[in-house]
Structure formats: structure tokens, C-alpha cells
Write a protein of this length. Structure first.
Length: 194
């Protein structure tokens, strides 16, 4: 994918229009066609039937970026093996250009929550994230991109966000998906400049 590629989030209600657009330009990208589509992994892990057929057709027409929100990379209890397997099956099937996941935790005592909670920026978090990212990259057989978190409150952090992310990338070999909205939220919540 080109460095200046522009993508859009894939929504169910737009699938047919995107298939039609791809066929109408005969794979020659126009100003109207996105360069890639980002889909939320959890929305398609159990796809089947007509939904799977449309997704497969879109995968033939556009490069895909699979973005997960439920792996819970920051969970001290580790990654849910069943969730990782569902993600791996989806990635193996679609062969996307990119695979990314939120840098957050959302599992506790075996339960998954619908919140992407930020991790403290500490040595312990680096170790936990490093283990979970390594396990994910090993299972997927590819580099994972991690998305910078939205920070809501000032925690007892050992590192700045920039230092923490740099150390994480250096120790795991993962990539970074920079979310401008998350950076803005963090700056507003913590009273710092963008």
C-alpha cells in the first residue's frame, strides 16, 4: 500500500456500493474510490453466507486493513486464545495488507468488557504488552500495528507516551498505527499541547 493511501472504514450498509464502485472503475482507482478499506475484525469474525460473499468480493477489489478492538493486548492475564484464533482465521482468509489492534486492555477475570482502557506507561506494562504482542505476531505470522491509546486521566506513569511507544516498537518489532483523534483526546484530557 502506498504511504499516502487514503482509506475508509467499511460499514455493512456501504458494502454493495463499494463493490459496485470497484467494478465500475474496472480496478483503475479514481478520485472517488478509496485506496483501501478498514474493517473491524470483531464485526466479521463469524461472517458467513451473503455477508461473507460480499466481504470476499471486496477483498478482491480493495486492499484491506483489519483493525481489532477486542484482543486486550494490555491484559495481565494474557490474550484470550479463542479470540486470537478467530482473528487468525479472519486474517488467514482475507490476507489483508495491514492488521492492527488497540493498545488497551479489556479483559479481567476471564470476562471481556466493551471498553478500551488505557494501560499505565510502566515497565510492567511493557513486559505484558511485549508478551501479548509477540504471541499475536507469532500466531498471525505477520507484523502487528498497535494504535496509540486515548488517555483519560493522568496515571502514575514511568514513561512519556512517546517514550513508551518507542520502547514497545523497539522491543517487539510491531508497527504503530497513529490515531490523530486519540492523540487529540489525550491532549485535551491531560491538558497538553498537540
Amino acid at each position: 500500500m502506498a504511504a499516502n493511501a487514503v482509506g475508509i472504514g467499511l460499514k455493512f450498509q456501504h458494502m454493495q456500493a463499494l463493490v459496485h464502485l470497484a467494478h465500475s472503475v474496472h480496478s483503475a482507482k479514481s478520485a472517488q474510490a478509496p485506496d483501501f478499506l478498514e474493517l473491524h475484525a470483531e464485526n466479521y469474525m463469524n461472517a458467513g453466507g451473503p455477508l461473507q460473499d460480499r466481504l470476499d468480493e471486496l477483498a478482491r477489489c480493495y486492499p484491506l486493513s483489519v483493525h481489532g478492538v477486542g484482543l486486550s493486548l494490555g491484559s495481565a492475564e494474557g490474550i484470550d486464545p479463542a479470540h486470537l484464533e478467530r482473528l487468525a482465521r479472519l486474517v488467514d482468509h482475507l490476507n489483508p495488507a495491514l492488521v492492527s489492534e488497540h493498545l488497551a486492555w479489556s479483559r479481567l477475570d476471564g470476562h471481556s468488557y466493551n471498553d478500551l482502557l488505557p494501560v499505565p506507561l510502566t515497565e510492567e506494562s511493557l513486559r505484558v504488552l511485549g508478551d501479548n504482542i509477540a504471541r499475536t505476531q507469532d500466531r498471525l505470522g505477520r507484523r502487528l500495528l498497535v494504535e496509540n491509546p486515548s488517555l483519560y486521566v493522568s496515571l502514575d506513569n514511568r514513561f512519556s507516551e512517546t517514550e513508551f511507544l518507542q520502547r514497545l516498537v523497539d522491543t517487539t518489532g510491531c508497527g504503530l498505527l497513529f490515531d490523530v483523534n486519540n492523540a487529540y483526546i489525550s491532549a485535551a484530557n491531560l491538558g497538553r499541547d498537540l
